[in-house]
Design a protein around this ligand. Sequence first.
Ligand SMILES: [Zn+2]
Length: 189
Amino acid sequence: MRPAEPDREARDGGDDSAPSPDPTDLRLMARALAMASRAALRGEVPVGAVIARGDRVIAAASNRRESARDATAHAELLAIRAACARLGGWRLTGLTLYVTLEPCPMCAGALVQARVARLVYGAADPKAGAAGSLFDIPRDSRLNHRPMVTAGVLEEASVRLLQEFFRAKRSTAVRASARGAGAPRESHS
Ligand SMILES: [Zn+2]
């Protein structure tokens, strides 16, 4: 028996298999992907987020975990903070958060805390995702706010960006270790 009705916008959440994404969703996810590309240029895992009211962008951010040396500097959290600062309050009621990768438990929790109306994400994250993969925080009926969830918007572009980033990182690591392999020979010239 639930003592209170969940937020109205939270019902019917979770249309993971929407065949043709909304044009606004596509446009704003493309913006989130552009933010993710910026993160990659800084050597950060490419994840980007946008918060919008309808088609109007309120905040945009990309992952800054490395450059900020902050374990919590995920794109979603930075976007939520920026949107709260811009709107002058902690409630992001009626807003949609777009993110290129399925949120982790911390970020999924934050979007429930911020009362975000809707979550739209690109690629699923089977290792850390908390919006359907490992956990399903936005659709957990024990919570009193449940954002609607749309998954898989521009999923391939997001996956490609992540794959390219990690491939480049691995080849850099391989080159570095190949250089290191010559070291024991001790060439003091
Ligand atoms: Zn996160």
